[in-house]
Design a protein around this ligand. Structure first.
Ligand code: DAH
Length: 341
């Protein structure tokens, strides 16, 4: 085989080369175009070509070299383009946002209530959900046979001594008073439990917020002022409040607070059953028996307390019709509160 035949054969071979990636391409480049490669070898052998053949062989080798170079370059380009195609991404597109979670509506409302009271100098206090009889009932002036103990259907974990799930956050009052002397100004958010059949309007667990203020010369007027401030901050400056006499074992006198219905503005609608008012919390002056039971001298100190249900306030603010929505973890429901943060 003459050198010209070999050149032709090598050209043929070069016309068929393929590479999938840069690594394979580099191997081809070394094989054909490096100093020890097949094309360079032709140049070495050109020296021993007889003089009469040189005119023919010379241009053929040059052409072979540029053909080899072109082949390698076009494969390199193809690989570069191919990478973009394969990734199939639009680099100009904005990155897709990570789906963010939302705060639970009950947390939103609890935080708002706590924040309003913190502006009045109240600080958060917490207590256990698993409680004893003393902190939930006895220290709060519930007599042993007091009907209120039945009113609040209690979940008992054990009897004698009683271990139970707290039925209200008022238990945190007595826990704090036991080990703190006045002035006391606390706000106690937490979960409470009652043995109720689950429906749209009742659940076996829900959330309350308790507030307690004990100091010298605390009066009912102070309570009324704090309630008025809270109602206006929570439901708007036009909100009116009304206090109705009521009864709780741990407060004397006791009251229930209504606010002017924030749906009809007090005119009367189906939500407020035509009365123009909706009840939102219980309150009163701390019964001296409670102060004394918790080691605070009722001859020196007085105080007020109030307690409200977070679900109730949330319903008023966001019109959630079915209580069960709060604990179903349906993200479509939770997503509705995205903008409320
Ligand atoms: N503990 C009461 C309840 O469960 C709410 C309450 C009423 C708390 C009057 C208070 C209060 O602190 O003064 O329903």
């Amino acid at each position: 085989m003459t050198l010209l035949d070999e050149i032709r054969q090598l050209r043929e071979e070069l016309s068929k080369i393929k590479a999938e990636n840069a690594e394979e391409l580099e191997k081809l480049r070394i094989k054909y175009l490096s100093k020890k490669g097949a094309v360079s070898d032709m140049f070495n052998r050109f020296r021993s070509v007889p003089a009469d053949m040189k005119r023919q062989v010379g241009p053929a080798i040059n052409e072979l070299k540029s053909f080899a170079t072109d082949q390698i370059n076009s494969i390199r380009e193809a690989i570069a383009n191919k990478t973009d195609d394969d990734l199939d991404i639009d680099l100009t597109r904005t990155a897709s946002p990570l789906p963010l979670g939302t705060r639970h509506p009950l947390s939103l409302v609890r935080n708002e209530i706590v924040e309003i009271f913190s502006r009045l100098g109240f600080t958060i206090a917490e207590g256990p959900e698993i409680e004893d009889d003393w902190h939930v009932f006895s220290s709060l002036n519930f007599a042993d046979d007091h009907p209120a103990r039945d009113m609040q259907d209690t979940f008992f974990i054990a009897r004698n001594p009683d271990v139970l799930l707290r039925t209200h956050t008022s238990s945190v009052q007595s826990r704090v008073m036991e080990h703190t002397q006045p002035p006391i100004r606390i706000i106690c958010p937490g979960r409470v439990y009652r043995n109720e059949a689950i429906s749209a309007r009742a659940h076996c667990f829900f959330h309350q917020i308790e507030a307690l203020y004990v100091d010298k010369d605390v009066t009912f007027a102070d309570l009324r002022q704090a309630l008025h401030y809270f109602a206006q901050e929570m439901f708007g400056q036009n909100t009116k409040i009304r206090l109705r006499p009521s009864y709780f074992p741990f407060t004397e006198p006791s009251a229930e607070m209504d606010i002017s219905c924030n749906i009809c503005g007090g005119k009367g609608c189906s939500f407020c059953k035509g009365t123009g008012w909706v009840e939102i919390l219980g309150c009163g002056m701390v019964d001296p028996n409670v102060l004394d039971a918790c080691g605070i001298d009722s001859k020196i100190y007085s105080g007020y307390a109030l307690g409200m249900g977070v679900e109730r306030i949330t319903n008023l603010k966001y019109r959630v019709k079915d209580l069960r929505m709060f604990s179903e973890n349906d993200t479509r429901f939770l997503d509705e509160f995205k903008s409320a943060h």
